[in-house]
Design a protein around this ligand. Structure first.
Ligand code: GLA
Length: 735
């Protein structure tokens, strides 16, 4: 679609204080562009820099048009505390002499490019103190995502500076009829969408838990610029802080402006910057779409597959995970049986979850053994070797669960190294899950080596291990590190993550191919701070397919289907007790990275036969679901009895459509399911992917329908969704 520069765009047309025209002479405006979008930053030598524009693509020849255009936003890309104290600040530093003022002047602007795209580097120096700040802006080649971050250096010779505020970004947005879309949730109910009109005043999206930063809220958010956003219409800004720890995004709206400040949550996180030390803030990723929320989501999805996650270009395996099938009841024979079953259903990978380890203290429940990563020989006499051999015999891959950042106080590890856990010298330990779980001190390089060693030993001894489920079932408790000196205790929330990232870097350097799942009591770590090292996240411990429609819908606003672990589990469901037809469970799980989490032994022959067909069908559409563009069609949040979504490959030749009856009343009429992502100039042949009986597909099966009808009139799903908890999964192939 051709886009035009028009009023009401996300434009930052600034009044350059105090003499617009005079200052404009020494201003330079720098454009960073993607295929459809431009970010413009204007710099003033020896002075400041400010956002000029972020919106539909413009050209260098358009830059002149910015001059003299005034608005009431006079911000800096990096507002500093001290000389001026009113308003929001992205940077506040305590200097070695106690001064709390920063006053940056721009020294240079450099444009460069690397394998990811172009980078604009702005170098600022404080006018009095030896503080150097580099601010970066990047476009990610081949995507519509841009990012910004800073590097803050104490270039002095005389003592430490203290970083008090160190945001990654301070971005102005156009004030209008703005709506804020964000995610909220908790264990077993993650990623619920909240969408409200943005009020005047401050709105904060923040996390303080330390580790599971996607419970409560998520770092991803959208702000519409021109009214309540729809899935395919409206100008929408999308942002996400690429950080695994505590974050804070503050949106300050007045009647005429919006400022958005995003970065590591600085609460109780003062960071000491020694002489010569540089602190790099995490990237704040942002995108702009004139195609509504769907456009923002698709931009993040494409970016994620290319840059934001591991192996986003590789099909992800269909797996069986042992957790809900046997919980802690791991046994060699049971593992063999489960591997045989998933292999016979067409699965490709078996993952042995919690319960396999602990020698002195076998892991029979959640109160012992974290830290003792040796096989429990009572349960697994043949060790891991016997399991990888079994998997090979069954023709599938093998994966294993670990929770390497944790210990239980009842473990050999804790007996040997009580100083390795986060703790406070004179206080009793607060203990988490199982009454005994504690968090290791990843600030400590020895602990980093130990955590790396767990994974290294497993993978070096058993190169056949193809998949690791990396769990994290606690937040930071007992805030205190016996490794860090007294004046650096306030850095634990940050240094923990720097330590973790170092460990993950080492793992990926040595084992680039292994698939690793990011799990934190379900979706507690659904963030792009960690996904670059991980192939996927466990979306939620709640596997109730009905609730998963909501949970996955929310997560899909920022995170792609290929990264969403989505499993078929037992009925009645273990979290909710709800009985849900197997077809519905598959039709929901097929919209992410399909897996099963069930004891297949307990399934009937008919259920197994259906599962075999559904897995086979998923393989047909897997490239579309995992690599394609997602279109959310009918929201389960909108009060409709229906939810529907679709995926399309780039050429819109191969499409998968899913619809679910969320509520059933005899007199209800269903909304139209308009397939936004089809090519209106093509005809599509429809195939029912998951009929309950192979010989009785839906009435839609075999029909050829034009893209125009599918998009404008909609797909008629009423006859297929005429029962409570009925669902449909269709494949559309262009003729
Ligand atoms: C967490 C995970 C589950 C499972 C258990 C094992 O809750 O989210 O999937 O692995 O731990 O203890």
């Amino acid at each position: 679609m051709k886009r035009h520069l028009c009023a009401g765009l996300l434009s930052f047309c600034l009044a350059v204080f105090p003499f617009v025209d005079a200052v404009a002479q020494s201003n330079r405006t720098h454009l960073l562009s993607s295929e459809q979008t431009t970010l413009a930053v204007t710099t003033n030598d020896g002075g400041t820099a400010y956002y000029q524009y972020f919106g539909p693509k413009i050209q260098d020849s358009d830059i002149g048009g910015f001059l003299g255009v005034q608005s009431n936003y006079t911000g800096h890309t990096l507002p500093q505390f001290g000389v001026s104290s009113a308003g929001e600040k992205a940077l506040a530093v305590e200097m070695p002499d106690g001064s709390l003022s920063v006053d940056l002047a721009m020294e240079s602007v450099t444009r460069s490019s690397d394998e990811k795209g172009e980078v604009l580097e702005l170098v600022f120096k404080d006018r009095v103190y030896p503080l150097v700040v580099k601010q970066y802006f990047r476009n990610y080649k081949g995507t519509e995502v841009f990012s910004t971050w800073t590097e803050i250096t104490n270039a002095g010779k005389k003592g430490d500076m203290k970083l008090l505020t160190f945001a990654s970004a301070c971005v102005p947005l156009t004030r209008g009829d703005n709506y804020l879309t964000q995610l909220h949730g908790a264990w077993a109910g993650e990623h619920r969408i909240s969408e409200e009109r943005l009020p005047d005043g401050q709105t904060v999206i923040a996390d303080k838990a330390g580790l599971r930063n996607a419970f409560g809220s998520n770092a991803g958010f959208m702000i519409s610029l021109d009214g309540r956003p729809s899935e395919n219409r409206g100008e929408v800004f999308g942002g996400n802080l690429l950080w695994s720890g505590n974050y804070k995004t503050k949106i300050v709206a007045t009647n005429h402006s919006i400022e958005l400040i995003s970065g590591i949550n600085e609460e109780t996180s003062t960071y000491v910057l020694e002489r010569g030390e540089t602190f790099r803030t995490p990237e704040f990723a942002m995108t702009f779409s004139s195609e509504g929320k769907g456009g923002v989501s698709r931009a993040f999805h494409r970016w994620a597959r290319k840059y934001g996650m591991a192996h986003g270009d590789r099909l992800h395996d269909i797996l069986l995970n042992s957790w809900e099938g046997v919980y802690f009841g791991i046994k060699q024979e049971t593992m063999d049986q489960m591997m045989g079953d998933i292999a016979s259903l067409g699965g490709e990978l078996f993952v042995m979850d919690d319960g396999w380890f602990g020698d002195k203290y076998p892991r029979d429940n959640d109160s012992t053994s974290l830290g003792d990563w040796m096989v429990c020989s009572r349960k697994l006499p043949g060790g891991i070797k016997a399991l990888t051999d079994m998997a090979a015999r069954h023709g599938i891959k093998f994966g294993i669960w670990i929770e390497p950042e944790m210990a239980n106080t009842k473990s050999e590890l804790y007996e040997q190294h009580p100083e390795w856990v986060l703790s406070q010298p004179d206080r009793p330990l607060t203990q988490g899950r199982g009454g005994t779980q504690v968090v290791l001190d990843l600030c400590n390089p020895k602990v980093q080596d130990y955590v790396f060693g767990i994974t290294d030993q497993l993978l070096a001894e058993h190169p056949e291990i193809a998949y690791i489920k990396w769990d994290c079932n606690a937040d930071i408790m007992n805030y205190g590190s016996s490794y860090l000196p007294r004046n650096r205790q306030s850095e634990i929330y940050i240094r923990y993550h720097q330590g973790l990232h170092r460990v993950l870097d080492r793992i990926r350097a040595k084992y680039p191919d292994v698939a690793i799942q990011l799990c934190a009591s379900g979706g507690g770590r659904t963030n792009y701070g960690l996904l670059p090292w991980f192939d996927e996240f466990w979306t939620s411990d709640n596997t109730d397919a009905m609730q998963r429609v909501f949970i996955q819908w929310g997560a899909s606003h920022f995170y792609p289907a290929i990264a969403q672990g989505s499993h078929v589990s037992a009925s009645p469901n273990h979290q909710t007790g709800r009985r849900i037809p197997l077809k519905f469970r598959f039709d929901v799980a097929m919209t992410g990275r399909l897996g099963m989490e069930i004891q297949p032994k307990n399934m009937s022959d008919e259920e197994k036969e259906f599962s075999r067909r559904a897995i086979e069908a998923y393989k047909h559409i897997r490239p579309v679901v995992q690599f394609g563009d997602q279109y959310r069609l009918v929201s389960p949040y909108g009060g409709s009895p229906l939810a529907a979504l679709m995926y399309a490959d780039e050429k819109k030749e191969h499409i998968a459509v899913f619809a679910y009856r969320m509520e059933y009343m005899a007199d209800q009429s269903l909304p139209k399911v308009r397939l936004d992502g089809v090519d209106v100039n093509r005809n599509y042949r429809i195939k029912d992917l998951t009929p309950v009986r192979a010989d009785r597909p839906s009435r839609l099966d075999g029909k050829v329908v034009s893209g125009r009808i599918l998009k404008y009139a909609g797909l008629n799903v009423a006859s297929s969704l005429n029962r409570p908890m009925s669902s449909i999964a269709l494949e559309l192939v262009a003729e």
